[in-house]
Ligand binder design. Structure first.
Ligand SMILES: Nc1nc2c(ncn2[C@@H]2O[C@H](COP(=O)(O)OP(=O)(O)OP(=O)(O)O)[C@@H](O)[C@H]2O)c(=O)[nH]1
Ligand SMILES: [Zn+2]
Length: 201
């Protein structure tokens, strides 16, 4: 268990409450010493609420919603989509982290594959939630294992966390790399092949 169930179970608990989000942003503006009723800020709570609806849309989606299209192509070699740009939101500070994900898998014995764009959609399902990078990486890998039953999966995520760049320790440019490897891709030779494809930009 890698924590996915709890987050996925949580997604069904509540839908996005735009009015509540708007009230909270208005309250936050008061708390930081602003006047939410001044001209420039009047529409801000509504705008921010709508932005949050978009940024956290993944809370209300399941991987099964996006990994719908599968084909039996009989392809049994590695499929890798690399440099999938992602924007997520650090659950500790609610500021963005952004970077890329590389997602690869070796199809199931019967060659069941999915559309390439679905791998990028899957990354977004998990990125568009309050997250930590390790959990995002693990969830993408485990969803692929569960739904496509591939013989192997590799997910590598490289991100810059704005909570480390714009505040706190203030180290812009530091990149965090996380990986999750399942099945056949754990074997050194297959893993090395995947890593050389990922690193060969
Ligand atoms: N492992 C992990 N840590 C993260 C991630 N995003 C943010 N963090 C870290 O979460 C930690 C939270 O630490 P705290 O000491 O509770 O918070 P803080 O006082 O704001 O910490 P500083 O950022 O060091 O100022 C920080 O070290 C962040 O760098 C992530 O995706 N994975
Ligand atoms: Zn943070």
């Amino acid at each position: 268990m890698h924590g996915e169930e709890s987050v996925d179970a949580g997604r069904a608990v509540a839908s996005f409450d735009e009015k509540r989000a708007e009230d909270a942003i208005r309250e936050l503006l008061f708390a930081v010493g602003e006047d939410p009723d001044r001209d420039g800020l009047r529409d801000t709570p509504g705008r921010v609420a709508r932005a949050y609806r978009e940024m956290f849309a993944g809370l209300h989606q399941a991987p099964e919603d996006v990994l719908t299209t599968t084909f039996d192509l009989g392809h049994d070699e590695m499929v890798l989509v690399k440099d999938i740009e992602l924007f997520s939101c650090c659950e500790h500070h609610l500021v963005p982290f952004h970077g890329v994900a590389h997602v690869g898998y070796i199809p199931s014995v019967d060659g069941r594959i999915t559309g390439l764009s679905k791998l990028a959609r899957l990354v977004d399902v998990y990125a568009k939630r309050p997250q930590v990078q390790e959990r995002l990486t693990t969830q993408v890998a485990d969803a692929l294992v569960r739904i496509l039953q591939p013989r192997g999966v590799i997910v590598v995520v490289e991100c810059e966390h704005l909570c480390m760049s714009m505040r706190g320790i203030r180290k812009p440019g530091a990149r965090t790399v996380t990986s999750a490897v399942r099945g056949m891709l754990r074997s050194p030779a297959t893993r090395a092949e995947a890593m050389s494809l990922i690193l060969g930009r």
